[in-house]
Design a protein around this ligand. Structure first.
Ligand SMILES: Nc1ncnc2c1ncn2[C@@H]1O[C@H](COP(=O)(O)OP(=O)(O)OP(=O)(O)O)[C@@H](O)[C@H]1O
Ligand SMILES: [Mg+2]
Length: 468
């Protein structure tokens, strides 16, 4: 995977757009930022900058405020319109605090007075990227429901209370948990997720609390658990409804006393851990049917945050879709502009049973299957919108190439209980990728050809599915 280093460095560091009408300033910033490992794009005036912003994803904007054609503040305003998540640093030669204030009001991260110290600039740039990294957990959405949820998150984040996050699968529960951690006083400490449904009871206990050497046959050394790893941070217990009755008792005890014992250990240890739990089950109902302990439910459900399903906040669909186009453009090195009107309409009217995750997957597929090496596409096509489109329907049935002829069996029949189409499609995708790779004797370019994908897309998917 060493052939295309541009996309790889891009994901690790980032792209900076420098806008300044003064050549020596541009040159100085170019050299300095390159040396720091960033991709740098230069613009000598506001208009050029806006053109560049329209054409390609930019992570950080560094702009002079006072320029002949267009002020840096206007560039910033435009940049924010085009890339909601852009981070900006403004430079000003005069102490024109008014524009600086205006820039900050528009969401610039910081500003620098010319002449400035290089070390200072480096620190500010690093800090800006750090800010952007933290915002990767930023919750996209402007619907009243999401705004209410955001307010609730800000209110409860600084407390140490245990929180239960509920909501359908794929609505963003883990994202919410990370956002809470990020806004808490514990944010500099670890956020440790644990999927309670993924491990059998005995393993779950030792994963959580650790074990002493010899506690069980395979315990050949002492190992600390995730509770210890999360010390002074946040422990995220995902799919808490899946905990066995015995583990429920142990967790209850831990939440009551904030003390624990490693498996096979005798010593009681204190823990300073904030617990956030999540479930897509109706835990209150499980309490009624005795499938979940009532006392534990009360301990966990001190504060409840309900994440609304996507179909109840239609206004967020396109915002999210655009956010994901940007995200995958960046990851795949493509430069797709956006969505066609048809695609927009289809996305907005679809019911999204798999919620935001399904939307993310649909956009990922749409971006990946565009022939990125050739296309300077103005906008995404209807292409891969669920339920609207031939190509995606073929995908879903596992028939990637109808022109070549279908197999006689056709697609697997839908089980009586139904299934999550999106997950199913991903399984099929993975399977065909593996098969193509095998058929092509491991030659990726050929395998990509077998699936009608660009090499770049194919490689992206290999990575995604850990196939090589
Ligand atoms: N409001 C949002 N803004 C941006 N991205 C989002 C939003 N909501 C969800 N996502 C993204 O959608 C995907 C699914 O979200 P997440 O894993 O948090 O869902 P979940 O509710 O935990 O799902 P599950 O119940 O299946 O575990 C993630 O990639 C997440 O980043
Ligand atoms: Mg989850």
């Amino acid at each position: 995977m060493a052939t295309d280093t541009t996309t790889e460095t891009k994901t690790v560091t980032g792209t900076v757009l420098v806008v300044d009408d003064e050549p020596s300033m541009r040159e100085m910033l170019f050299i300095m930022l390159k040396r720091e490992g960033y991709d740098v794009v230069l613009a000598d005036c506001g208009k050029t900058a806006v053109e560049i912003l329209r054409r390609r994803p930019i992570d950080l904007l560094i702009s002079d405020i006072k320029m002949p054609d267009m002020s840096g503040v206007d560039v910033l305003r435009k940049a924010k319109e085009l890339h909601r998540d852009i981070v900006a640093i403004m430079i000003t030669a005069f102490k024109s605090t008014e524009s600086a204030v205006e820039a900050l009001r528009l969401g610039a991260h910081d500003y620098l007075d010319k002449p400035f110290d290089i070390e200072k600039l480096k620190a500010v740039v690093r800090n800006a990227f750090e800010q952007r990294r933290l915002r990767a957990y930023h919750i996209v959405g402007e619907s009243p429901q999401i705004q209410r949820m955001q307010e609730r998150i800000s209110r409860v984040a600084p407390t140490n209370s245990t929180i239960l996050i509920t909501g359908e699968s794929g609505t963003g529960k883990e994202l919410v948990a990370r956002a809470i951690h990020g806004q808490s006083k514990r944010s500099a400490r670890p956020f440790i997720p644990l999927n309670c449904g993924a491990l059998p009871e005995a393993l779950l206990e030792s994963e959580l609390f650790g074990h002493e050497k010899g506690a069980f046959t395979s315990a050949d050394s002492t190992k600390s658990g995730l509770v210890e790893a999360a010390e002074r941070g946040t422990l995220f217990l995902d799919e808490i409804s899946e905990m066995s009755p015995m583990m429920q008792v142990k967790l209850l005890r831990f939440l009551q006393e904030r003390r624990f014992r490693r498996v096979g250990g005798t010593e009681e240890k204190d823990a300073d851990v904030r617990v956030i739990a999540a479930t897509n089950q109706e835990l209150a109902k499980m309490v009624e049917t005795n499938d979940f302990r009532r006392d534990l439910f009360y301990r966990v459900n001190v504060i409840n945050i309900e994440v609304p399903p996507l179909k109840e906040r239609q206004g967020d669909i396109l915002l999210l879709a655009k956010h994901f186009v940007e995200k995958f453009n960046k990851q795949m090195g493509t430069e797709l502009k956006g969505l066609s009107t048809n695609a927009e309409r289809a996305l907005e009217t679809y019911a999204w049973p798999g919620n935001v995750r399904e939307l993310e997957n649909v956009i990922e597929r749409a971006v990946a299957l565009e022939d990125c090496d050739m296309v300077q596409s103005e906008s995404l096509d209807l292409g891969d919108v669920p339920g609207q489109d031939r190509r995606s329907a073929q995908y879903a049935t596992g028939d990637p190439s109808p022109e070549v002829g279908r197999t006689s069996e056709g697609p697997e029949r839908l089980p009586e209980s139904g299934f999550v189409l999106d997950q199913h499609v991903q399984n099929i995708e993975r399977e065909y990728l593996a098969q193509a790779l095998q058929q092509a004797g491991g030659v990726k370019v050929r395998a990509a050809g077998l699936l009608g994908m660009s090499f770049r897309s194919f490689r992206y998917y290999l990575k995604k599915y850990h196939l090589g």
